[in-house]
Design a protein around this ligand. Sequence first.
Ligand code: ZN
Length: 171
Amino acid sequence: MTGGIRSLPDLLSHALAIETEAVERYTMLADQMEVHNNTELTAIFRKLAHIEGLHAKEIEERAAGLDMPDLKPWEYEWGGGESPEASDPTEAHYLMTPYHALKMALAAEQRAFAFFNDLIGKVEDGEVRKLAEEFADEEREHVSLVEELLERYPEPAADWDDDPDPPALQE
Ligand code: ZN
């Protein structure tokens, strides 16, 4: 899946796409938790959006002056146009609980980690491999952060989405 990434610009363009999508995801999750009046997770997701945004900016700075590939969505190595950190926004319907929000975040961070970790064993170029290691470390930290949060927000009862009073039926 990552066989086409050989150069620094290849890696940076993929990392930038991952971070940019992460910012969008965490912003969406923060908005969602705000609707649920969960101030703790709203703040955490906003902070994560900020951190991923800083990473994106760092990557842009590293990429400045490099001959960056102008990739179309389908030309990225993950195929299908969706980066490993992307998630389906339709999953975030109005009943999403903190547990579900965190599960979505966890899945995305794990995919991002797997993406960079997979690269480490594949790239020949030492500089590219070093950067892939750096990115994998960062994503590993995100994974454990979300895992810690999940311990505080366990899975809700199986009937969590049985809304006794769905908005569409209110008269
Ligand atoms: Zn991340």
